[in-house]
Design a protein around this ligand. Sequence first.
Ligand SMILES: NC(=O)C1=CN([C@@H]2O[C@H](COP(=O)(O)OP(=O)(O)OC[C@H]3O[C@@H](n4cnc5c(N)ncnc54)[C@H](OP(=O)(O)O)[C@@H]3O)[C@@H](O)[C@H]2O)C=CC1
Ligand SMILES: CC(=O)N[C@@H](CCC(=O)OP(=O)(O)O)C(=O)O
Length: 313
Amino acid sequence: MTTKVFIDGGHGTTGIEIAERLAGRPELTLLTVPQERRRDPGARAEALNGADVVILCLPDDAAREAVALIDNGTTRVIDASTAHRVSAGWTYGFPELEPGHRETLARSRFVANPGCWPTGFLALVRPLVLGGLLPADWPVTLSGASGYSGGGKAMIAEYEGSGAPGAFRPYGLTLAHKHLPEMQKYAGLAHAPIFAPAVANVYRGMIVEVPLHLHALPGAPSVAQVHEAIASAYAGSPIVRVAAAEESAAMSGVAIEHVGATDRLELFVFGNEASGQVRLVAALDNLGKGAAGAAVQNLNILAGLPETAGLRV
Ligand SMILES: NC(=O)C1=CN([C@@H]2O[C@H](COP(=O)(O)OP(=O)(O)OC[C@H]3O[C@@H](n4cnc5c(N)ncnc54)[C@H](OP(=O)(O)O)[C@@H]3O)[C@@H](O)[C@H]2O)C=CC1
Ligand SMILES: CC(=O)N[C@@H](CCC(=O)OP(=O)(O)O)C(=O)O
């Protein structure tokens, strides 16, 4: 028996990427609605209720509406939007979050796929909080750059239309970005981090950076201790790779294109033991592990299939 999957919002940027990863997989049956009826609640309700697993690739309000259209007690939901990421009754879809989380996910009916920025941030910071190296009440800052596909069809049109709004453009200037609640909650921090994102004039790719003054932390952990905490959290992962200390030491930079159009997440600890400072860096594809790759990974986990099936790793 195959698992029936419906992608609501399947004609959008993330939905198309997910469909590409599901194509040609005999263990799955993809339910579709005709393109001209993609916003028709009747057609959507039929597909939503006919599927074993639905993946919502919609704006937040439409994602809430899709959940309300499900009137059976069995269809499982993976929501790629921001609508349910800190909601009661939903499991955060980052299997690597902490030991045991993957097993919780596998039993869940409602899964909230993480935002692209939180994916890089949490991968770097969560192991340090769990390991006691970073106190929960520490004031944390992150910055980074995203490809413009991160803003969906509207931002793609803006950048590929009559003139891109800039080669490198900091945004989120009210310090109230929609990803802050999930970053704070799942990192286990007492305060929201300061988040300084930017959009770069490239289609896809993402760099997330967390600088830390290790000398000011309780116990003044070394760069090597920080590296060990992060590396051990993802040992053996087919998706998350932590560069060895020697590899990072030999690098002169990390490009936003570092992982290309893949579902990998690569982490780096660049540090200076003498100054007691580190720059933690995550490189990913906003459309890969930042969206579609994570959704397909979660689908595999929910359906009891090999976790990397269909992924670009
Ligand atoms: N792009 C990215 O890197 C990431 C995106 N996400 C999230 O994934 C979700 C989808 O984003 P993205 O693919 O970028 O967005 P797009 O704007 O590219 O696509 C959104 C899709 O939703 C459809 N849609 C909008 N309103 C409705 C509605 N009322 N009923 C049915 N369909 C509707 C659109 O239809 P139409 O074709 O008619 O416009 C479109 O196909 C968003 O919540 C986004 O925040 C999450 C992580 C990363
Ligand atoms: C470049 C850009 O604008 N990126 C989007 C995030 C993309 C993403 O992760 O989407 P959701 O959290 O909405 O699912 C932003 O910062 O709002």
